[in-house]
Design a protein around this ligand. Sequence first.
Ligand SMILES: Nc1nc2c(ncn2[C@@H]2O[C@H](COP(=O)(O)OP(=O)(O)O)[C@@H](O)[C@H]2O)c(=O)[nH]1
Ligand SMILES: [Mg+2]
Length: 252
Amino acid sequence: MADPVTVLCVGLSNTGKSTFINRILEENTAINSTPVSVREGGQMTAVTVDVHEVRLELREPPPSLRGRVLTLVDTPGFNHTDLSDLEVWQKIENFSSKHRHGMNAILYFHAMTDDWISPQMQLGINLLAKFWGPDAMRVVTIVTTKWDLVPKTNAQKRLETLQAGLWKPLLDGGCKIEHLSADEGSSTLLHSILEGVHERPVKLRTQQGLEEEGGHATKTRQTWQRKLRGRSDEHSAALSALRACFWPEAND
Ligand SMILES: Nc1nc2c(ncn2[C@@H]2O[C@H](COP(=O)(O)OP(=O)(O)O)[C@@H](O)[C@H]2O)c(=O)[nH]1
Ligand SMILES: [Mg+2]
């Protein structure tokens, strides 16, 4: 049987990853797939705690993908309410390292309503660039969402700032950008991504034999593990402080 085509969706929480996947599910034939949870009306409830795979058959696949199962992978975002950035990354890393075919496409979601470059946004981009490596940029597409919630000129300005700064290393590596409209467009976008899908999927660099890179990748990995652990500690400290504030008796 032909290998499945795997599309990994990553990005901060609340950027529209699960909504995108659910729209595709509505329009195609799902195989063993249940919809993924979406934040109702943008409420701050915690959703998508685990990496979640949905498998489906496309109603009208591009000719090169006929007869192949499509797997869409939803992931919890950085800045998650209930998970530290380290836990989020470990879940993504764990999933990717078990997925022996690698990823045919990686979609990095960005909400145009996010009007500042948060540390988590920076972290997500860095992990993408460092761990998937420069060769992976050929399968990465930045998907921008929530255009309907921001005045067009503001969004355009934000986009230019991101392209010239935070996203530049990805774009220089050949990563593409697609804009997703709120009401329609998920299937159109998926089709355009699948038409350019690479037969040579990418794997996490850590999977490819660290010795090839003369230990450089190991060092990169250790540095990022340290940074993530630092963020994880901050997260735990913040939660303890909140707990102490709201439920002081719990600390007695
Ligand atoms: N207005 C608007 N809301 C959106 C759009 N995309 C997603 N949402 C809403 O944003 C919230 C977060 O979406 P969700 O898919 O759960 O984000 P995730 O955390 O990245 O999976 C939900 O309430 C969605 O209905 C969009 O393009 N426009
Ligand atoms: Mg989600």
